[in-house]
Write a protein that binds this ligand. Structure first.
Ligand code: SAM
Length: 185
């Protein structure tokens, strides 16, 4: 792994099963990009379909600086993140309620690695997280958990993201679609 290629907020996606999870993982990566994270790390494996999706979207809608990485051993990512002064936030229904803890996380200047799981997450991540954070105490989805966490972290400002390098730009309409530059996508 490169010495510290990371920006401020990264997402580490555990437990991806190529083929089976490609849609869920692609959507998690798209949520990371659209809701203000600087990068997405697909743990352990690479899945070309996930990478293609994120590349296609960034080429059209901007954000080429969004970093995508795959195949990295996830425990090493966690250890290096910590060694370089960053903090680990693991999203799990067993954690502390987001509203009780988000102010501490937001106020901390440390770079943030947000860990999301799939089926079963190893104990290592619970024990090595600075924060185990629950988005409600019901099981749901890593995509929903990530979206809500980022929205709480950025206090809704992420919904106004506009990428300078976008080829296409939406002009919001009460009805119908208006897009400038979509011919270049
Ligand atoms: N039993 C799992 C857990 O620990 O949250 C639910 C597994 S769910 C299929 C896959 C991932 O979604 C989890 O690893 C977690 O990152 C996220 N997730 C699901 N429900 C969540 C919740 N209520 N709060 C935070 N994250 C959640």
């Amino acid at each position: 792994m490169q010495p510290h290629p990371y920006g401020r907020v990264y997402v580490l996606r555990l437990g991806h099963r190529p083929g089976r999870d490609k849609r869920v993982t692609s959507h998690a990566a798209l949520v990371a990009r659209a809701f203000g994270a600087n990068g997405f790390i697909l743990a352990g494996v690479c899945d070309p379909s996930v990478e293609r999706t994120i590349t296609r979207v960034t080429e059209c809608w901007g954000g080429k600086s969004f970093h995508f990485e795959c195949g990295v051993p996830p425990k090493r990512v966690v250890r290096e993140w910590r060694k370089q002064g960053g903090e680990i936030i693991h999203l799990t229904m067993y954690g502390l309620p987001v509203d009780e803890i988000i102010d501490y996380i937001r106020i901390s200047p440390r770079e943030k690695l947000i860990v999301i799981g799939a089926e079963k997450v190893e104990r290592f991540y619970y024990e090595n997280a600075d924060y185990n954070v629950a988005i409600g105490s019901q099981p749901h989805s890593e995509i929903a958990a990530l979206a809500i966490f980022l929205d709480r972290l950025f206090r809704g400002r992420e919904l106004k993201i506009n990428y300078e390098d976008a080829r296409a730009r939406i002009i919001p309409q009460p009805r119908g679609k208006k897009v400038i530059g979509s011919g270049q996508c």
